[in-house]
Ligand binder design. Sequence first.
Ligand code: URA
Length: 269
Amino acid sequence: MTPEPTPTLQQLLAFYLEAGVDCALGDEPINRLEEPEPVPAPAAPRPAALNPLRPPPMPAVPRSEITIAPDAAIASAREAARTAPTLEALRTLMETFDGCALKHTATRLVFADGNPQARVMFVGEAPGRDEDIEGLPFVGRSGKLLDRMIAAIGLDRSKAYIANVIPWRPPGNRTPTPQETQVCLPFIQRHIELVNPDVLVTLGNPSTQALLGTREGIMRTRGKWIDYDTGARTIRAVATFHPAYLLRSPSYKRLSWQDLRAIAKVLAS
Ligand code: URA
């Protein structure tokens, strides 16, 4: 059997890119195949009687690894979000919030785009690479399609508001974990309450399930109007396909057009 040719650097990078590995998480490469250095035996503890009042020193933890325990992070996100009186305050709060590890691998917070006075708010799942670079939601390929979709019912970003459930890009665009979603949920819920739109549109399964509290798939939930309690009032909410899904399955654009027409009708009423 002839051995496989060694891939070129370009082929290797193309392979990584295909797999979603498109950014460096650290300044120095880590060889994870290297044998670990033998760990020196810990020094014998000093007899407690020598210094009974002083607690043992905490081991140094790199800042990027500081994360709060899941339940505490969810509780702290809830408390923080609840106290944000304005969108600016909410953004500042999220910029300083340390309870979600995604923040440490993302380049920046992707808060929102569009007009906060708009009557309609669209909510997607999480930023991708382009959004992470620009700091705005839906600016990549699926964002371009979203722009065309809303243009078809006479909207643009000056007449709509756009955000995501998760405001930090998951590394390599991986699916956010349920715990990451739970930690970020209070922020987007408060975000919706502060924007106070007449119509909320969830884009795709993850944002629909997180915000509309359903376990059903998008095929069943899309196009059905439900009441969403913002905390201050009840607004009309509807799910439709995520534009990234429509890019992969263009035959569903027909159903998405039905959803968009229904949204335009409610906005006109
Ligand atoms: N997909 C999303 O769900 N949100 C974005 O901002 C971009 C792509």
